[in-house]
Design a protein. Sequence first.
Length: 671
Amino acid sequence: MKKWIITAAALMLSGTAAAQEKLQLEDIFTLEYASSPTIHPSGEWTVFVRQSMDINNDRKVGRLWASLPDGDIRPLTGSQGSESQPVWSPSGDRLAYVSTETGSPQVHIYWVDSGDSAAVTQLTQAPSGLSWSPDGSQIAFSMFTPKSQPAPVSLPGKPEGADWTAAPKYIDKGNYRYDGGGYAKDGHQQIYVIPATGGSPRQLTDEEFNHGGQLSWSPDSKHIFFSANRRDDAFRQPVNSEIYRLTLSTKEITAITERDGPDGSPKVSPNGEKIAFTGYDDTKMSFQASNLYVMDLDGSDVELLTGDLDHSVTGFEWDRDSEGVYFTYDNNGVGQLARTDLDGDHTQLTNRVGGLSYARPYGGGDFSVAKGDRIAFTISNPMRPAELALWDDGDVQQLTRLNEDALAHKQLAKVEEINYKSSVDGIDLQGWIAYPPGFDKDKDYPLMLEIHGGPHTNYGPRFAAEIQLFAAAGYVVLYTNPRGSTSYGSDFANEIHHNYPSHDYNDLMDGVDAVINKGFIDKDELYVTGGSGGGVLTAWIVGHTDRFKAAVVAKPVINWYSFVLTADMYNFFYQYWFPGLPWENMEHYMKYSPISYVGNVTTPTMLLTGENDYRTPMSETEQYYQALKLKGVDTAMVRIQDSGHGIYARPSNLMNKVAYILHWFEKYRDE
């Protein structure tokens, strides 16, 4: 007994010491989060994807776990492959999912009665959008289907065995490269079905359009509904998609919506009478809220359910009685779960949805509805990445504690909301302050302003590894939602329509002043960074003020003219973010380009961008780096290897990003 008491006391002391530990860069590899919950049709238990970091392969890996009625969680299949996209069969006797257990992504089935699982396909490309037929006999999915195009030129005279250079790449596609996907291959996304017992896939579409996304079956299992942009001028109308009905017996495709704007994510009601979908009437504004609609199976009797919401619907599911639809959206930077009946009357259920973006405090969350309208969802808070939770008749129960081993003994930054008014027009603005561990309000701290991208997105009170690591390094970190951010209504978001950057700059400076006025900031130790749209604003800031001691501009746009002519989605940007083509509106493009103000910059400014970024291409970073060099401003360029726009896709690159930002700021601390 005495020995036990000593040991317990030692453990208590050890725990006290451990509680003082701060988050370190290497802790990134210890983080986990829950995603893609799919609750069993009975409502009794839930399967979810447990996302973790593979330190040996520098990858995020997902595996299927089950949250059981007794509160226990356990691995579902025991596979060592990466698993994703779990979908229950209509009766709940089987679960379809995608796994790399056999070496490449394949459709697998898990049988509930035996606990066995097996691959039921031998596909050459990765499947996505798995959807069971209502009779449980088939599974639909989409898959990229190569269709090679011969080169227009073949050189004559090559001797056998000669070592000539590789043939040129011939490109004539409109959208020829995509961030995260590289240069587009010849072919398109097509729809397939396979027997649920396994076998050969049957290709249902073959035209030169991309077919995929949400696939939903008619109640008689004879038709599949999907969204696509099958217009001949799809390149000129990049968001103008329709919902189509595909007849399996004939492969006939019929459009059931027709309007100027996107119609997407069709889902047939459980009783088979209605289709819910999202979309909006395109007005060419830079932000347009995605609404929730219902219609009959033939496309008639369309009803708008969320016209009074003025927020984008980010996900939705029918209730089990087909009398209403559950949906998610962001409001004031917080993820909401709500329900609407078919008359458009809304009921808010919980405001804790989110947590999937573990690097920066962005929105996003998953949910799933079962019998009795029990809802499994990912729950968010500033101290932990996404966990699994259950909503049941108004009660919310958290089902997992995936990060207690990694974070319970860490002293994390406290996150506090801050509200202030614009000095320009008095509008209300919102942000959050992350305080360094051990914060003492009687001391002076350096302040770091961290700016979100988008620009039409939002930050909120959510876990963010980057924010936590900056705070652990001793910075008070401010992150805000300036005008242009989502979750405050369309008017607020479109304050920057054809006007970006503009007064969003003032909103950020007002936030900095509001924190300084609290009395614990060293006004000579101000630092600023941001990525993507936040990189644009960081470059804009150093071109308009010298109050920051150092800046890190991450994956920015520096020159809107060159951006529109090099970015992957150039056919979208020139129409929705600008009044027209660059060469017809040069004055406008250059007025809002940070490169136009580089002559004002005196702030030491580092550039940081993924080597394979095709959204804000490396050429943007190179322009600013070389301009700063010519100007004589202290600068550096960090080219993140094996990275596109989403730097945090590889955990070590997330570490690299944070480490280089801190290195640059520490270089100028206390000078």
